[in-house]
Design a protein around this ligand. Sequence first.
Ligand code: 13P
Length: 251
Amino acid sequence: MRKQIIIANWKMNPRTAKETKNIFERIKNASKKYQRVEVVVTPPHIYLPLIKAGSRIKLGAQDIFFKDEGPFTGEISAGMLKDSGVSYVLIGHSERRELGETLETVRKKIYQAASKGFRAVLCVGEKEKNQEAFPVMVKEEIISALKGVPRRLASKTIIAYEPVWAISSHSGGKSDTPQNFFEMSIYIRRILLDIWGKNAALRIPIIYGGSVNSKNVKGFLDVKGASGVLVGKASLNPAEFIKILEIADKK
Ligand code: 13P
């Protein structure tokens, strides 16, 4: 049985340690019931030592640096993340790219995360809605990020398709459609096939992110070949996020 991967990306929230612990504990307790879901919570780095992964809940980081240690003010290493119980890392989120993260940096981070044994979640997505053609930007982001990453690390990679225009902070909560996600996931798999060949490409999970909530999640999880969702805003509301887990568990 392949579990649905449901990742809570808390971004730069919650405001306090107390709130962080409360939300996490509620999600952690609820997660015990769900055997068919891989629940991952990615808080800001500073909160990682306050919360503990469990048998049904994993910790993720929102970023990683590509060097092991040294004079890199403000950065967080793979070793530090491992030491904090992290097993997933988000890389190349559009909000980081908007702040200046380059294709080259994303590539180095993917390699670092996957080669150090994390599940590396490569975030890709076009900025504008484009109904005419498949976005070149997504292709470029994938090809560039995976350049030089050996096939043996394919099993460590997850692709999160996050159309930037459908992220709640841009769209006011309006998501993409499951049909578009379906078409994009086929397009993405074809790109992966060219890079790593059929066997690896077929096994890489592709998940959707962008205004996911308890009302629309089923549509995205029902998409053939899809493996889960990346949830931003709705993951900060424990009742709402637990509903998402419940729906995913029934898949
Ligand atoms: P929202 O769920 O708030 O739209 O955020 C999703 C996201 O950032 C996908 O990567």
